[in-house]
Design a protein around this ligand. Structure first.
Ligand code: WTA
Length: 678
């Protein structure tokens, strides 16, 4: 593929471009036991059979009432799935397994400290704890169906217990990644209008017990300033019976969950029968402009889709031990630690800490101890594990039948290490491309049917029909090998329903670009814009090249450049800020932050540090800039637009191209000198 054919997009330009690789075939042993080996699924899920084909996924669930209509497009592009149907997500993830599997482990909680014992929670125990928590949320916190609750908790068994307790009541949960700052948490409290916050006093990270409760106090104070009062903060204890955080409880507002629960021991809460299209949760994610948007996922469509994806793409059987290393605070954790695996009655592993703590062998010891056979992680973790312990997996007796990668493109070299060393040449790998918005996978190989190709996500999964458009909206022919903006032609049940409280933004961000009939009720008029650049090879495999919008993918986590820039602008001295992605060996990308100061201020290391700290405070440590470059001026077009492309080229030691059309071409050399002399 010629470089010049790549669409002019910020990230895709800097994205790595690998050659096409050879196919790898799954072992007969894998295929022999796979949930799906019949090619006919693609026929069944062809556009001719749309939307009814998706009934097959919904039938994997237990419904209180069967649906009357598979897809309702009357409010396009806010599509409703399985209309008329009623079900409860908590019932589907717990109650329905009790008859046959109550003694089976639902959750293995692995504390970060190796001297602490792993907690094994059976389905019966999960049932008991979720019921008691649901009773507490309803009767003590006063929550009812349709209310929103913000959950800012670390990786713990109590996190899915809290989520499932919400789901039992039809309370909409909004989980905020534990590593996000108080300020990020406050934004989400305000946007979702939560009056109850769930948190935990402390958790372990790299061997340190971190005070997490402090963030709750700060988040409540910030939310109040924005007009949203949190009247109850419910604090789980990392060690039940004792507080592990020095931050005191606020009288009348804060309550220890573990104490309060005693009043609800033995309580049982009937799962509320929800409409299929009722919201299950919000998951905030970064976009091009403004604050993170709350992606609203529905109950029936979402659960049907993640259950099917877990079964057919991840090949989860009830007897499997499944470990997804993601954090539950991201969509991957929601779909593929909690809802998908539990709906299929698998045992899901929740690990508190860092995969390389205390050493490079930790992950493999966990896999060995629990006899994990399905493993799911992100390229950033694979790169880190490969770097610090390339031979480590050989030392442990674990055997994966299946492995997933998600979050960003994986380099073929890293893929091969994953396959040969972690998978011991036996495990089938799926490279799953999808998004917070999509609920579940868009492209991936079906492991029992299609061969793997390192560096390519694979063909679209059944029922997903991608189309690649160029900038002008012309369709790029299938298999042409030319990059463009990848869209999905049709709705699917896992697709989010709207941006919480902002339908207009939903339509504008995801559909307006290629929609020509804004009043149309026909789904064919509403291709979904994923925001990624991609190309399709002749064999129908898609290669994802990166974002076309201002989103940076750091360690597989989405950060908006605008979010980081506005965090920097909080610092008084800063006049302008521009963020560009820089390639990083482990993280994939890191943000480089360029700053122009207001007149009268001087650049200094202290000031650079202050700006970097502001970004960590506003968003969280994951957004920490690689470097803060204080420059004399930003390179700008004549119309005053900051040329991030030029800054990106400088940060990545690439060619800045022709800059003579800029309003201030001289500044480019000055910035180059600054960065290169470092
Ligand atoms: C990127 C994570 C290449 C992509 C599930 C997408 C990927 C964004 C892959 C969504 C993959 C995710 N190969 N790129 N397998 N998976 N991406 O919302 O740019 O956190 O748009 O969802 O990550 O990130 P999000």
């Amino acid at each position: 593929m010629a470089e010049k054919n790549i669409v002019e997009t910020s990230e895709a330009q800097i994205a790595v471009h690998w050659g096409e690789e050879e196919f790898y075939h799954p072992t007969p042993e894998f295929v022999g036991q796979a949930n799906l080996t019949d090619n006919a699924i693609f026929e069944r899920f062809s556009l001719d059979n749309f939307p009814e084909c998706f009934n097959e996924y919904a039938e994997l669930l237990s419904w209180d009432k069967y649906w009357d209509q598979t897809l309702d497009t009357s409010d396009a592009p806010c599509f409703k799935w399985f209309v008329g149907g009623r079900l409860n997500a908590s019932y589907n993830c717990i109650d329905r397994h009790l008859e046959k599997n109550k003694n089976k482990t639902a959750i293995h909680f692995v504390p970060e400290l190796e001297e602490e014992r792993i907690d094994h929670i059976t389905y019966q125990e999960l049932y008991v704890r979720v019921n008691e928590m649901a009773a507490l949320l309803r009767d003590f916190a006063g929550l009812k169906t349709g209310d929103r609750v913000t959950i800012h908790m670390p990786m713990s068994a109590e996190l899915p217990i809290t989520m499932l307790a919400c789901a039992r009541l039809g309370v909409i949960h909004s989980v905020v990644f534990g590593g996000f700052s108080a300020s990020a948490c406050a934004d989400r409290i305000v946007d979702s209008q939560s009056r109850v916050l769930l948190t935990m006093d402390a958790y372990y990270r790299s061997g340190k017990l971190l005070n997490h409760k402090a963030a709750a106090d700060e988040a409540c104070a910030l939310a109040r300033k924005e007009g949203q009062t949190v009247d109850k903060v419910l604090v789980w204890q990392r060690y039940p019976g004792k507080m592990s955080s020095e931050t005191p409880l606020v009288e009348g507002r804060d309550f220890v969950v573990n104490d309060k629960l005693k009043e609800f021991y033995g309580a049982r809460v009937e799962p509320v029968s929800m409409k299929a299209e009722d919201p299950l949760f919000l998951m905030y994610t970064s976009g091009t402009t403004g604050k993170p948007k709350g992606c609203q996922h529905g109950t029936g469509g979402y659960l049907a889709y993640v259950t099917a994806m877990s079964k057919y793409v991840q090949d989860i059987h009830p007897e499997d031990v499944y470990w997804c290393m993601a954090d539950i605070g991201w969509i991957t954790g929601h779909s593929f630690i909690v809802y998908g695996p539990l709906s299929l009655c698998a045992s899901t592993v929740i690990y508190e800490g860092v995969p390389t703590y205390p050493d490079a062998g930790r992950s493999w010891r966990i896999a060995q101890a629990l006899d994990v056979n399905i493993f799911h992680t992100a390229p950033t973790a694979i790169r880190a594990l490969r770097k610090i312990g390339p031979e480590e997996p050989h030392k442990y007796q674990f055997k994966f039948k299946h492995m997933t990668t998600v979050g960003e493109p994986i380099e073929p070299e890293v893929w091969k290490w994953y396959f040969n060393v972690v998978g011991k040449g036996q495990a089938a790998i799926v490279d799953t491309w999808w998004q917070t918005e999509t609920g579940g996978f868009l492209c991936s190989t079906l492991p029992g049917i299609k061969p793997m190709k390192p560096g390519s996500a694979g063909p679209a999964v059944p029922g997903i029909h991608p189309i690649i458009y160029d900038e002008e909206g012309n369709e790029i022919k299938r298999g042409e090998g030319r990059a463009g903006n990848i869209c999905i032609q049709n709705p699917w049940p896992g697709q989010f329903q709207t941006v919480w409280g902002d339908r207009e933004r939903f339509v504008k961000t995801y559909f307006a670009r290629y929609n020509t009939k804004p009043d149309s009720k026909d789904w064919r008029d509403w291709p979904y814009l994923t925001g990624d650049a991609a190309m399709e090879a002749e064999d129908g495999y898609f290669r994802i090249l990166g974002r076309i919008d201002d989103v940076i993918n750091v360690s597989g986590h989405r950060l908006g450049t605008k979010e980081i820039e506005s965090a920097a602008l909080v610092v008084d001295e800063v006049a302008e800020a521009a963020v560009v992605p820089v390639a990083h060996e482990i993280k994939g990308k890191e943000p480089d932050l360029y700053i122009a100061l207001k007149p009268g201020f001087e650049a200094s290391n202290d000031l650079a540090q202050k700006i970097s700290d502001a970004v960590c405070t506003e968003i969280g440590k994951i957004a920490k800039p690689r470097r803060v470059w204080i420059v004399p001026d930003m390179p700008k077009t004549r119309s005053g637009k900051i040329m991030r492309r030029v800054l990106g080229a400088i940060s990545n030691k690439g060619d800045v191209g022709n800059v003579m059309t800029l309003a201030n071409p001289d500044v480019v050399d000055a910035i180059k000198d600054l960065v290169e002399s470092d």
